[in-house]
Design a protein around this ligand. Structure first.
Ligand SMILES: Nc1ncnc2c1ncn2[C@@H]1O[C@H](COP(=O)(O)OP(=O)(O)OP(=O)(O)O)[C@@H](O)[C@H]1O
Ligand SMILES: [Mg+2]
Length: 236
């Protein structure tokens, strides 16, 4: 079953939020999701412990040593496996990238100068050109202001496409719901529309984002590349 890794070595790029937005939407649709929390800060694990969520969604903490075995087991359970990486940790990054059917690189708005996103993209490019290991990947624009989406998004997409970087059409917009869900626990879908502003817009954004992910990485019929040992640093 598909493994999606959320990676950006820049802290605060929106990895955990993007992963939870997707997980919320998939599990609300009845699609099984296993989230692997590779961040020692354990934000997802803490969120999961706050409130019971649908039985379709589970969160398991992982570390350098356990990520491979846990991913293999999670894949057997079916559905999607989402790996949330910390901003640092070369070993866990290399392992999570090697396990991925697609790496999603959350980048805030049009800040492609955000060094971390570029580092992950460089790593993926180097793996391709030097080691012939091709790992599908896309940038996900995050924290996009919905009110100025069009102009900002066009600029960001132009920037990225000029560099040959695939960018998802649907950005993750800046929404109170995506913050509040970490405080309250449960799915974004369980939040109270009377308490959270623009919840319906957040849900709509989550739905469009999930649709695009499902198109990019369908649940079945994945042609897996042969699993590759990804070196921590590609050989020069
Ligand atoms: N789309 C969004 N709407 C509102 N707030 C957001 C959004 N994305 C991220 N944030 C907020 O920005 C901060 C950083 O987001 P997040 O924790 O998802 O980033 P991260 O890349 O996982 O960070 P780290 O590298 O520390 O793990 C958090 O406070 C989060 O609530
Ligand atoms: Mg995080």
């Amino acid at each position: 079953m598909p493994v999606l890794t959320f990676a950006n070595t820049k802290g605060g790029a929106g990895k955990t939020t993007a992963a939870l937005v997707l997980a919320s939407e998939l599990s609300a649709r009845g699609i099984r999701v296993t989230m692997l929390d590779a961040d020692p800060s354990g934000w997802l694990t803490r969120w999961y412990q706050k409130q019971a969520v649908t039985p379709f969604l589970t969160v398991q903490p992982v570390c350098d040593e356990t990520i491979e075995e846990t991913t293999v087991k999670a894949k057997k359970a079916g559905g999607y496996v989402l790996i949330d990486l910390p901003s640092s940790g070369e070993t866990v990054l290399a392992r999570a990238v090697a396990l991925a059917d697609r790496v999603l690189v959350p980048v805030q708005g049009c800040a492609m100068d955000a060094q971390g996103g570029a580092e992950v993209l460089d790593l993926l490019n180097e793996l391709d050109t030097r080691c012939n290991v091709k790992i599908a990947h896309s940038v996900v624009l995050t924290r996009v202001n919905a009110a100025v989406t069009t102009r900002a998004l066009h600029a960001a997409k132009d920037f990225l496409s000029a560099r040959g970087i695939e960018t998802m059409t649907t950005p993750i917009t800046e929404r109170a719901a995506y913050r509040d869900v970490f405080d309250k626990g449960g799915l974004i879908h369980d939040l109270d529309p009377l308490e959270v502003s623009n919840l319906s817009r957040a849900l709509d954004n989550a739905s469009r984002f999930a649709d695009e992910v499902l198109d990019l990485v369908p649940q079945r019929a994945l042609l897996r590349r042969p699993s590759a040992a990804v070196p921590l640093r590609p050989a020069a």
